[in-house]
Design a protein around this ligand. Sequence first.
Ligand code: PGA
Length: 250
Amino acid sequence: MTNKYMYFIANWKMYGDLKSLNTLDKVIKFSKSYKKNKFKLIYCPPYTLLDAFSSKFKKTKLDVGAQNCHEYESYGAFTGSVNSKMIKNIGANFVIIGHSENRAQGETNLLINKKIKDALKNKLKVIFCIGETLFEKRKRKTHKILSTQIIQGLKNITNLSNVIIAYEPIWSIGTGIIPKTDTLSDEIKYIKSLTKTKLKQKSTKVLYGGSVNSRNIKDLKEISTLDGFLIGGASQDSKKFIDIVKKTFI
Ligand code: PGA
């Protein structure tokens, strides 16, 4: 059982419509009634639902984030894009940046660095995703990959108090496979020590993401250095999402 302040971030990816708003009632009710521990629930729906989620969460403890943003700081001719300023304006306070599904579409560490800087400038808190592929893991390159992603992604950002790192091994996302507890614990330790030594941060929050569900949470919560979870598939079902939160604190 943990007494730590924990983050539970729901990444809805390209799922959800206006009807899905009803499923949030259960979670809002739960967050009001569950006084046992300190925690933050953040929903990151698609852009189309940001406004509706943000209105729904007014006067609740829940918060809203976007799943990505454009790096350009002002309005501009970028068809199909949304920048940090627009996200903040709609009432969101968080943004996921560097998710592997976007890195796979060509997002580089340099581009991610620009996005993070602009998001912070616009007073958004950043959920910065990092993680290695299975190929890289097998070649024992995990630390090298994580360190490059962290150092390049956070280059020239001196204050990380509004950055939460989400370690998401790519081979874990949507596969039902999670890392062994010892290995995951080592990676989290590595990330935290790197931000301390290379980026001179006293303490950085680090989450785990990749196939988190209400069954494997009992193993994941044993890693005391974790500050929470980034949850994809299981977060779309309110009951499963609530179960994950409850079981973290048992
Ligand atoms: P998953 O997704 O929980 O469905 O594996 C996590 C993520 O991609 O953030």
